[in-house]
Design a protein around this ligand. Structure first.
Ligand code: ATP
Ligand code: MG
Length: 334
């Protein structure tokens, strides 16, 4: 029998290169060999976008189109909408008893995101909602509702998987062996940096290159990228290891081209403007087939609707079965 994968994305914006190289490339690699559930996490997106439901709704469709555009096959991957699986909400309530508030507050991912929000919006600690603090519990419900065994994610998500494993162990020790402990699956590029030099490219960080970005937008973003600050003149030798343009050449350009970039940069016979121009070309070449594939779904939105409906139906069946096991174990199978 095939093992099960559960993973998800928050529909709060389009897919960016951090998603692609940090997580989605693995979805592509794994889609043939697993029973694959891909959650469009609208409920989780609402935890910090509850006052902007339109944004979440629009992005459910946007992100599904992006995922299809990168080459995920809807015959192999069950795309589903989180809010259509009430079992997830049900499990979240039961798991709420198995985790302390202190443990949630100590979760490094949650801590990081709270710090990031404070920096962006100057929020005081009091404005963190119960729902937001509890989203790792709901994420544990996402994974276990499908008995997910493997979870392809970026590095920033590891503490959330660890929290899920703790909840599973606690559940099983109290109610008997019922749930599976999931294992994270990381990509070679665990964390994709931003063009601004930030350790992470992220939607909320405002430093993302989106798969839907057009040529003008790519040009603007790449031209503003962080390079070696010590390089003042065009022919100063520089250090490619601290340059984000080189970092993205490595990700996107061919091995041979990247070698040339590196050598010329070190020798001081390559200007940053030229180097950025070459990256723009490579980036557009990389994005072109993705954007071409996306067109089919833009022109036929009913296809996207069908894919979401049929994936959601499969997910509903699976979650129902798992919920029956959980209720039996908890002696609430009236
Ligand atoms: P937000 O800022 O709204 O949290 P995000 O850009 O972090 O958005 P998510 O939807 O939270 O994106 O993440 C979806 C998946 O993509 C997760 O598995 C996450 O680890 C991965 N991911 C996102 N950004 C990166 C990145 N820069 N490098 C590696 N993986 C990433
Ligand atoms: Mg995130």
């Amino acid at each position: 029998m095939k093992k099960t994968i559960l993973t998800g994305l928050r529909p709060t914006g389009n897919l960016h290169l951090g998603h692609y190289f940090g997580a989605c490339q693995n979805y592509l690699k794994l889609q043939d060999d697993y029973e694959f559930y891909l959650e469009i996490a609208d409920v989780q997106a609402l935890t910090d976008n509850f006052n902007n439901p339109e944004k979440v709704r629009v992005n459910v469709y946007e992100i599904t189109k992006d995922l299809l555009a990168i080459g995920l096959d809807p015959n192999k991957v069950n795309f589903f909408i989180q809010s259509k699986i009430p079992e997830i909400a049900e499990l979240t309530v039961y798991y709420g008893n198995l985790v302390t508030v202190a443990r949630l507050q100590r979760n490094p991912t949650v801590k990081n995101e709270i710090a990031q929000k404070k920096e962006l919006f100057g929020n005081s600690g009091e404005s963190i909602t119960y729902g937001f603090l509890g989203y790792p519990v709901s994420q544990a419900a996402d994974i276990t509702a499908f008995k997910g065994e493997l979870v392809p994610v970026g590095e920033d998500q590891l503490p959330l998987i660890e929290q899920c494993r703790e909840i599973v162990r606690k559940f099983n020790s109290i109610y008997g062996e019922t749930l599976l402990e999931p294992v994270p699956y990381l990509s070679e590029n665990k964390r994709i940096k931003g063009l601004d030099g930030n350790e992470k490219m992220g939607k909320s960080l405002g430093n993302a290159i989106y798969l839907v970005d057009d040529e003008d937008t790519i040009k603007k973003k790449v031209m503003g990228a962080l390079t070696d600050k010590n390089k003042i003149k065009k022919d100063d030798p520089a250090n490619p290891d601290v340059c984000m343009v080189h970092y993205y050449h490595k990700l996107i350009n061919s091995y041979e081209n990247t070698k040339i970039v590196e050598e010329e940069c070190r020798k001081g016979c390559r200007g940053c403007v030229q180097c950025k121009k070459e990256l723009i070309v490579a980036m557009n070449n990389f994005l072109k087939p993705i954007q071409d594939r996306r067109k089919k779904y833009e022109e036929n939105p009913e296809l996207v609707e069908e894919i979401l409906n049929s994936g959601t139906k499969k997910a509903q069946e699976k979650a129902k079965n798992v919920m029956n096991d959980v209720k039996k174990a908890m002696k609430i199978d009236y």
